[in-house]
Design a binder for this molecule. Structure first.
Ligand SMILES: [Zn+2]
Length: 357
């Protein structure tokens, strides 16, 4: 007699269909079960790493097609799976920890180190709804003043924080710390340096005056070097009186930057590579690595613990996250594709976010 009509819910997303083309499409909206949570996206950030997939230079893993890998997302809890605890409430505003969820718990995820998960799941966040497989990756941002500027806290601010924290057992008062590459991540990194190690001398290095000036708005940088116009080795030797830099954080990570700047490291220093532009590094073992006893350290994002700390710094007004976001875009295919292109062609200072609501 009666007939049951199953209405499939749908939502819109911008999906990578071919290199350099995100297309607006409707897809079925998933229903959360068990530990999963359905998030209504409020805003999403565009990251440099998305650009490589958008251009077709890097493969786009399955599930990552929305935004070619958008992983900076804030949203509202829309629906909860049956195992999601009560403290995660419908309507609650949350930051999604990197959208780097995992299929199975392992020794890393149990310690909050989901960025080292053995079974990562990739979910592109440039869509109206995303299914987050586990509620552990949600962090409340109810008390943040500028919710729409919050998405980069999940990658740009997190990745730079994870890198700066690695200096902890290396830097001492009056040491020199240098940041190479003052773009999107660098503008957070200079702030983390001043928050965590206010007692060091900070050197900022970039090849564009605009980037140097932009980063200088967010923190006191003692020495600014435009490496396209000046000789960094000469300036660094002068200011450090030939002692060298105690810690470098390299957001470029090209073979050229690593080979150039690692020579300017002081004894017992640390060189942190974050940028992924390089292919390989060749190190003189005896006279640099061993004699100087320095550490060459990679840095990949940050832990869930780091993510909580970052939200707290933002909430307390210690991190200026609002002004790093220089473009607030509409969820519109033309506008968003253009934003990717602008980022690729070096026309963006700071970060861009897409606002859904
Ligand atoms: Zn990112």
């Amino acid at each position: 007699m009666g007939c049951i009509v199953m209405l499939m819910r749908k939502h819109r997303g911008l999906f990578l269909k071919q290199p350099r083309l995100l297309v607006l499409e409707e897809v079925p909206t998933p229903t959360p079960t068990r530990e999963a949570v359905l998030i209504k996206v409020l805003s999403a950030g565009i990251c440099h790493s998305d650009i490589h997939r958008w251009k077709g230079e890097m493969p786009c893993p399955e599930g990552f097609e929305a935004g070619a890998g958008t992983h900076e997302v804030v949203g509202k809890v829309e629906e909860r799976g049956e195992m999601v605890p009560e403290y995660i409430k419908e309507g609650q505003k949350v930051l999604v920890y990197f959208l780097r969820n995992y299929r199975e718990e392992d020794k890393y995820t149990r310690r909050g180190l989901a960025h080292h998960a053995k079974t990562p799941i990739f979910i592109g966040g440039m869509q109206e709804y995303v299914l987050v497989p586990t509620y552990h990756c949600l962090i409340s941002i109810e008390n943040l003043r500028d919710i729409h500027a919050a998405p980069p806290l999940a990658c740009a601010a997190l990745t730079s924080y994870g890198a700066v924290k690695k200096l902890k057992s290396y830097v001492e008062p009056d040491d020199y710390v240098a940041i190479i590459g003052l773009g999107g991540l660098g503008s957070y990194a200079v702030q983390w340096l001043r928050i965590l190690f206010p007692y060091v001398n900070l050197i900022g290095i970039d090849v564009k005056d605009e980037a140097l000036n932009f980063a200088a708005k967010f923190a006191k940088i003692d020495v600014l070097i435009n490496a396209a116009k000046e000789d960094p080795a000469k300036i660094i030797n002068e200011v450090t009186r030939n002692d060298g830099v105690k810690a470098f954080i390299d957001f470029v990570g090209s073979t050229g930057t690593i080979n150039t700047y690692i020579k300017m490291l002081s004894h017992l220093g640390i060189y942190v590579v974050v940028g992924t532009m390089g292919k390989e590094v060749i190190l003189p073992v005896l006279h640099t690595l061993i004699a100087k006893e320095f550490c060459l350290q990679g840095s990949f994002m940050g832990s869930i613990q780091d993510q909580y700390e970052i939200v707290e710094f933002a909430r307390r007004g210690l991190l200026n996250y609002s002004d790093v976001v220089t473009r607030r875009l509409k969820f519109d295919p033309v506008e968003v594709n253009r934003a990717y292109q602008d980022l690729d062609e070096g026309r963006v200072l700071g970060r861009q976010v897409v606002i859904f609501e």
